[in-house]
Ligand binder design. Structure first.
Ligand SMILES: NC(=O)c1ccc[n+]([C@@H]2O[C@H](COP(=O)([O-])OP(=O)(O)OC[C@H]3O[C@@H](n4cnc5c(N)ncnc54)[C@H](OP(=O)(O)O)[C@@H]3O)[C@@H](O)[C@H]2O)c1
Length: 279
């Protein structure tokens, strides 16, 4: 299942996966754009065993994540082996709350990703119980992440674009480290895609588009990046445990948060998700 598989890094990864599976896979793409999902699915190899599904979801709202995950459980109705998360956006606005009161970037890059994981853990566990592998991969940025700011979870008090970006990276890394001991039979990774030519800068103001497009031109294509993400997803070294990975699938030696601070993040995440989904 590829959340954010309708464009960019996620598209490159799901295409690499589909080619490698040669039509012998059930693949679910989650995103907002049905048109893009249908185009991507049309490019996949097909056999009598192929099953390709799209689930439409605005994942900036956690309530929508629960609905989409329920739809996924119906469609998959069995074990889930791979859950790849890359939904995201880039804009230069400040704190932009969703109707659930969470900044939209924080929602897409962090809260909704871990809510998908929480909702789909039973299917991942089912894979392990059947002797199959179960791997989760969040594609974001463990490389340039800061340390957790435990006084401002959700970056609600002191928002700036660099702080939000650093905290998003830190949150994903800390959750990998928190979830892997709780779910020791799973592989859970947070991976940096590097600089990639994608549609990520589509929401920047028109006068900045040339600069962003120029910068992204220096990056890999989404296909090249997808091949790297796919090889990390299947890497034998990462069958079980928590991993912070670089753009070529290498393990990163990065500064880690204390267990105490990570536990505070987990507590905050659970509270925020409960507030959003139970109201
Ligand atoms: N490109 C880079 O150089 C780079 C570098 C480091 C990290 N990243 C991170 O990698 C991730 C993927 O970025 P990308 O470059 O591949 O960008 P992209 O081409 O713009 O793809 C973004 C994906 O997120 C989905 N998405 C956006 N808003 C959504 C929403 N409200 N609900 C559900 N899905 C939503 C989009 O699908 P729909 O439009 O169909 O909803 C699309 O599949 C992002 O988190 C980004 O920050 C990218």
């Amino acid at each position: 299942m590829f959340v954010g598989g309708t464009s960019g890094v996620g598209e490159g990864t799901v295409k690499a996966f589909a080619q490698a599976a040669q039509g012998r896979a059930h693949i679910v793409i989650v995103g907002r754009s049905r048109t893009r999902a249908e185009e991507i699915i049309a490019s996949f190899p097909k056999t009598s065993e192929s099953q390709y599904d799209f689930i439409q979801c605005d994942a900036s709202l956690l309530k929508n994540v629960v609905t989409a995950a329920n739809e996924a459980k119906d469609k998959i109705s069995g074990p889930l082996n791979y859950l790849v998360l890359s939904p995201g956006l880039f804009h230069l606005k400040g704190f932009t709350p969703t109707s659930e009161g969470i900044d939209v970037k924080m929602a897409l890059h962090f809260y909704s990703r871990w809510k998908f994981i929480d909702e789909l853990i039973p299917l991942l566990d089912q894979a392990v119980a059947s002797g199959q592998e179960a791997r989760v991969m969040s594609i974001m940025d463990p490389k340039n992440a800061g340390l957790l700011d435990v006084g401002d979870f959700g970056v609600k008090k002191n928002y700036s674009l660099p702080r939000a970006a650093q905290q998003i990276g830190a949150y994903n890394s800390a959750m990998v480290q928190e979830y892997s001991p709780i779910h020791p039979t799973l592989s859970i990774s947070h991976i940096y895609p590097g600089l990639v030519k994608t549609r990520i800068a589509r929401d920047v103001p028109w006068y900045l588009k040339p600069a962003f497009s120029g910068l992204l031109l220096l990056g890999k294509t989404s296909e090249e990046c997808g091949d790297w993400m796919f090889s990390a997803l299947l890497n034998e070294k990462y069958q079980k445990g928590g991993f912070l990975l670089g753009e070529y699938g290498e393990e990163l030696d990065v500064q880690r948060d204390s267990a105490e601070n990570r536990a505070l993040l987990l507590e905050h995440y659970r509270k925020q998700v409960a507030e959003a989904t139970e109201s």
